[in-house]
Ligand binder design. Structure first.
Ligand code: GDP
Length: 332
């Protein structure tokens, strides 16, 4: 047992009573790579599970500079002023590659960080993006058990992290700049397909007219996409975090979406599907870890890589050979 760990009861009780210090320590516990911590984390999670699930989970993505932190700060303040307890979690795809993160956690969302109704947790570092995402899923459950009404999961829109976030939220919001990269050129159709709404940011000053034009263009683009299984037509809104306009409308839209999907059954079905996806992600991740940590694999892999580089073996043959070693190992 690691010295500064709490007892199971202390974690559970602390989280359920909304004690932030204990919540933070519980999150650190689920993020830990130590196997003794993993066991403890599982027990804690099992005990808080009946108290989780009740928040509105919202994903927010957008390229760096689109105004995510400013938007979240203003949107977050709007929520807390309306009596909602808000947790903000981040999945930062850069933090595994570089020492710093492009989200620059410390100085962001300063007002929200001091709001007693809000809780901001920076991205867990280390591990694969998939692994980080799994910790974020567990962190969502802990925040819910601690009584947060809304959980925002933020990511930088630069790659596969959006897909991961989409897989853990009820509502997925894409922030876009008007006129950047001449509208649709810049974004991948795949990300648009994931979005339940686009919010054009910085719709103020000279940007206003361009923002209105962008609304029409994105609305048209949404019409070209296949209709959603959830009965919801994706919306396009504008906002100015600086002037605090369009913010209440975004939350009203999320509430409207929740009402619709709870009434038509999509909400429940969607969360069930997400849990199944989570299961399979964990299985894949765990198998991969076991494979690469296996001593015989560690010993044989460099030679196989050499064979492939020299054109002596095809990758398929090497993979079959290595999996053979791995499976034999498992049986014994
Ligand atoms: P992030 O990288 O997506 O988190 O973007 P930031 O929130 O850091 O914002 C990037 C820049 O855009 C900053 O200089 C902000 O001051 C500016 N910005 C953010 N929101 C607005 C807005 O509503 N209006 C205007 N005019 N500028 C904004």
């Amino acid at each position: 047992m690691v010295r500064n760990r709490l007892s199971i009861e202390a974690y559970v009780e602390g989280v359920l009573t909304g004690n932030r210090l204990v919540l933070s320590r519980a999150i650190t516990l689920v993020e830990s790579q130590l196997s003794s911590d993993k066991e403890l984390a599982q027990v804690v999670l099992e005990q808080i599970l009946p108290h989780s699930g009740r928040s509105v989970r919202v994903g927010i993505t957008g390229v760096p500079g689109v105004g995510k932190s400013t938007f979240i700060e203003t949107f977050g303040k709007h929520l807390t002023q309306h009596g909602k307890k808000l947790a903000v979690l981040a999945i930062d795809p850069t933090s595994q590659l570089t020492k710093g993160s492009i989200m620059g956690d410390k100085t962001r969302m300063e007002e929200l960080a001091h709001d007693p109704m809000a809780y901001i947790r920076p991205s867990p570092s280390g591990g694969s993006l998939g692994g980080v995402a799994n910790k974020t899923r567990e962190t969502i459950l802990l925040c819910e058990a601690a009584g947060f009404d809304v959980v925002l999961v933020e990511t930088v829109g630069v790659g596969q992290s959006e897909t991961l976030v989409k897989g853990m939220v009820d509502f997925f919001l894409l922030l876009m700049l008007a006129g950047a990269g001449d509208e649709l050129q810049g974004i991948k159709k795949g990300i648009m397909e994931m979005a339940d709404a686009i919010v054009i940011t910085k719709a103020d000053g000279e940007n206003k007219a361009a923002a209105q034009r962008a609304v029409l263009e994105y609305q048209n683009a949404f019409h070209l996409l296949m209709p959603n299984a959830n009965g919801w037509s994706p919306k396009v809104l504008t906002s100015s975090a600086l002037e605090k306009r369009g913010i209440a409308e975004v939350w009203a839209m999320v509430e409207q979406y929740m009402q619709l999907t709870m009434a038509n059954g999509f909400y429940t079905r969607h969360r069930q599907e997400q849990n199944l996806e989570w299961l399979h992600a964990l299985i894949r991740q765990s198998l991969e870890e076991q494979f690469y940590q296996n001593n015989d694999i560690i010993n044989s892999l460099p030679q196989m890589e050499e064979y492939i580089k020299n054109g002596k073996w095809l990758p398929m043959k090497a993979a079959t050979y290595l999996l053979g070693i791995f499976n034999k190992n498992k049986v014994i």
